[in-house]
Design a protein around this ligand. Structure first.
Ligand code: GLN
Length: 289
């Protein structure tokens, strides 16, 4: 945020807040009967129930993600440990299930669903991952825990528009295998026809590339764009929020339905006991309320 005036900051915050107004989080859907039955139960009975589901490491909830998607997941500069909204969610999930959390090293976003489907390396992928029909063919997705949308990001003061970006010769960076890539291919077909939609490993590289002029724009999830612009890329702007109405879910193997059920029960409890609200406050600040 260095170099940013108070006015710019407030403007950024307003945009951030309006973008995240849709980050209303949780319908607290489903499983009300089972969570009501277990809401007074202790962690030990949750642990007893864990016998029903499979874990790659006994007693641990082993998690994978792409750790270049702040504030949902990133690596702490100093320790290299995973940090973020999803990391706190994973810890709270594990706690509510009477388990410990076990984080694996970052991997490419488009390798997460195949890894969960293949089994053996992790129990869940928690990665700001939108629930889509395509993914639901491959893995089970938990109940939604965050609402999200897309955004087009350009340099501040850029004269581009959504229309001008849809032209041969334009370069638009996306993260490979994401809903942002899908959106760009579908809605910027003239750019896409000339290989103008460029899939990258992570969105930080995309932002740096827009900053240096390698790309005219990037498309990514609005909460991530807003957070990054506010905290690290003050020379970029959200050109346009795109209301895609996405919801994030946690990916679990189809061979492990009892785990999906337990995750959904824990999510419902975390909504009721305020854990989720606390994690939201930590990562998105109280100005959103
Ligand atoms: N929500 C987007 C998707 O699921 C992007 C996720 C990400 O890049 N981590 O495709």
């Amino acid at each position: 945020m260095s170099g940013m005036s108070r006015r710019q900051f407030l403007k950024g915050s307003a945009l951030f807040a309006s973008g995240l107004g849709t980050l209303a989080i949780f319908g607290c859907a489903g499983n009300s009967s089972s969570s009501a039955a277990s809401s007074s139960a202790s962690a030990s009975s949750a642990a007893a129930a864990s016998g029903e589901y499979k874990l790659v490491v006994p007693g641990k909830l082993t998690c994978i993600s792409n750790l270049y998607f702040p504030p949902f997941e990133s690596m702490d500069d100093k320790t290299g440990e995973p940090v973020g909204f999803d990391i706190d969610m994973s810890k709270a999930l594990a706690e509510h299930m009477g388990l410990e959390v076990n984080w694996k090293p970052s991997q490419a976003f488009d390798s997460l669903v195949p890894a969960i489907k293949a089994g053996g390396t992790a129990d869940i992928a928690i990665a700001g991952m939108t629930i889509t029909d395509e993914r639901k063919q491959e893995v089970d997705m938990s109940d939604p825990y965050v609402d999200s949308n897309q955004s087009i990001v350009t340099k501040k003061g850029s004269t581009e528009t959504k229309e001008s970006l849809n032209a041969a010769g334009k370069k638009i960076a996306v993260q490979a295998g994401t809903t942002g890539e899908d959106w760009a291919k579908e809605h910027l077909p003239a750019a896409a026809a000339k290989d103008g939609i460029v899939p990258l490993d992570d969105i930080i590289a995309a932002m740096t590339g827009v900053q240096t002029g390698s790309y005219d724009a990037l498309v990514t999830d609005l909460p991530v764009a807003s957070y990054q612009i506010k905290n690290s890329f003050s020379d970029l702007q959200v050109l346009e929020p795109i209301a895609t109405g996405e919801q994030y879910g946690i990916a679990v193997s189809k061979d492990n339905p009892a785990l999906t059920k337990a995750i959904n029960e824990a999510l419902a409890k975390m909504e009721q006991d305020g854990t989720r609200a606390q994690i939201e406050k930590t990562w998105f600040g109280s100005e959103l309320k």
